[in-house]
Design a protein around this ligand. Structure first.
Ligand code: SF4
Ligand code: SF4
Length: 495
């Protein structure tokens, strides 16, 4: 990935990740929300024995997807967990309930699958729902079971996002060994949504037997240049739906587009053909402070367990959920792995004094500016760390933030007007077009919080322009989704 000559692939490790399974656990805490949806009420009580794959929380009355026990054992506690916004990463006031289980067996499920080619689309959608898979997507996967704000007939395009997200982050599928299963998963999706076109978007770096996929009329392959921002759902939407749709507000499914993660076809295959629900998540582990791995771990295992014993006690490292450009710092590694987590990056914290560090990022540190020494040694191996290399400073009007922005907005102008509370001016600058790539913050020599501020400005957008799912606390302090109907009702009340 290059940004005006700055090659972020210098940070890549060329090594293929090692696939591992982590499954020796004493306790797990299954969050009763995975991805989109409201908090669920438990269907089990303290003292109950549960099986791996058993539905332990389900609520068909509100938009949600069932939660499943990922391992067998005894329910020992119902807890309240911190919650974070799925799209912005912001910590929310509302809590999410969790069911803590004393694990009695680390065995998986003994499910049995179906002959997917003979099943009706509705039955396939039901299997996806019961397997806990319908919480994916910006607003859930539509089924007949209230798993989304939308209905299955509104899905015109299903898009599988196989674009590698950012430096360090690995693909989660082994496209050699698992290709046939993945391909069958795409075909299952085509059958489950018979009126939709299935798209598989991947980056050029992914080598694989694509011609086999392109033989199907229902599955289209799209190859995009490997740029970190191309993995963002809105950029993919632009690719599929055309440029003008990107700038419109609302959810992607308002435009008939359901974007699902790379893991989804494989998980759909396992759920439908093998009868194995989605109880194990896959995580890419990477960064200069750890080894390159893709680990499969039960949903509800502590994040530090997924990271591995060899690295989890190194307090000096910074763990980021997502990628280093647009991910979020993880404060608490005791939180459980949830369904939507797909990558953890570990960066070392810089050692020693950082006095006037911005003047000397050094030969081993990358920088967007050619004024630093590192520009003299373009081929020297660069090492990323978590330091700012100098504190936040006033803007120097270099214009790099707007040069690098893939959707041509003016991050600095948004920051300035937002900080001064100039609401109309902020709206005029169209922050809703931002795709959260994080590049503006990355290139800013003054280290200003550009992408964070644009995100906030976007969330504050009025009415139909906002395109984030919004959450609030219910009367018990638990997370619930604010639907467009809720917002409409509130608007009417206040009129
Ligand atoms: S404003 Fe920043 S984060 Fe948003 S799209 Fe532009 S460069 Fe990316
Ligand atoms: S990159 Fe930073 S310093 Fe340069 S114009 Fe943008 S905000 Fe200002």
């Amino acid at each position: 990935m290059k940004i005006f000559g700055l090659d972020l692939q210098q940070y890549e490790t060329k090594k293929e990740p090692d696939f591992r399974v982590r499954d020796k656990l004493e306790t797990i805490t299954v969050p009763l929300k995975g991805g989109f949806g409201t908090s669920l009420s438990p269907r089990v009580e303290v003292g109950d024995e549960v099986e791996a794959g058993e539905i332990i929380a389900r609520n068909d009355d509100s938009t949600s997807t069932p939660a499943l026990a990922s391992l067998a054992g005894e329910v020992i506690e119902i807890v309240k967990l911190d919650s974070y916004h799925e799209e912005t990463g912001d910590k929310l006031e509302a809590k999410v309930p969790g069911i803590k289980i004393n694990v009695s067996s680390n065995q998986g499920t003994n499910g049995s699958g179906v002959d997917w080619e003979k099943e009706k689309p509705k039955n396939l959608r039901e299997l996806l729902y019961l397997a806990g898979l319908t919480s994916f997507g910006q607003t859930g996967v539509p089924t007949e079971f209230n798993s989304s704000l939308f209905s299955p007939t509104e899905v015109e395009h299903v898009l599988i996002n196989g674009v590698k997200t950012e430096p360090f982050v690995h693909h989660l599928i082994d496209y050699g060994e698992e290709f046939t299963l993945f391909k069958t998963g795409l075909e299952i999706l085509a059958r489950a949504f018979p009126k939709s076109q299935i798209h598989f978007v991947l980056d050029r770096n992914t080598r694989e037997n694509l011609e086999e996929l392109s033989s199907s009329q229902r599955i289209k392959i799209h190859i995009v240049e490997y740029e970190s921002y191309m993995s963002k759902s809105k950029m993919l939407a632009r690719n599929i739906l055309g440029e003008e749709k990107l700038d419109e507000g609302g959810y992607l499914l308002d435009h008939g587009l359901l974007v699902l993660p790379e893991i989804f076809p494989l998980a759909a295959y396992r759920a439908v053909v093998e009868g194995t629900p989605f109880i194990r998540g896959r995580l890419s582990l990477s960064g200069p402070a750890t080894e390159d791995r893709v680990v499969e771990t039960p949903i509800g295992a502590p994040i530090k367990y997924a990271l591995g014993e060899d690295i989890m006690d190194k307090a000096e490292e910074l763990t980021i959920m997502g990628g280093p450009l647009s991910g979020n710092k993880l404060e608490n590694l005791d939180l459980p792995v949830n369904k939507n987590m797909d990558s953890l990056v570990q960066l070392p914290k810089p050692q020693g004094s950082q006095v006037l560090a911005w003047l000397h990022p050094g030969l081993g540190k990358n920088s967007y500016t050619n004024a630093f020494f590192s520009a003299l040694a373009p081929n020297r191996k660069k090492v990323a760390d978590s330091g700012l290399h100098g504190e936040e400073r006033p803007c120097v009007y270099c214009g790099w933030c707007s040069d690098v922005c893939p959707v041509d907005i003016l991050p600095f102008q948004i920051l300035k007007t937002y900080d001064h509370g100039m609401v109309d001016e902020v709206n005029r600058l169209q922050p809703q077009r931002c795709v959260d790539c994080g590049l503006c913050s990355y290139v800013c020599p003054s280290k200003l919080p550009l992408s964070e501020t644009v995100k906030r400005a976007k969330q504050d957008q009025p009415g139909e322009n906002h395109n984030y799912v919004e959450y609030e606390e219910d009367e018990e302090g638990l997370m619930s989704v604010i639907t467009p109907e809720d917002e409409k009702g509130r608007g009417e009340e206040s009129e």
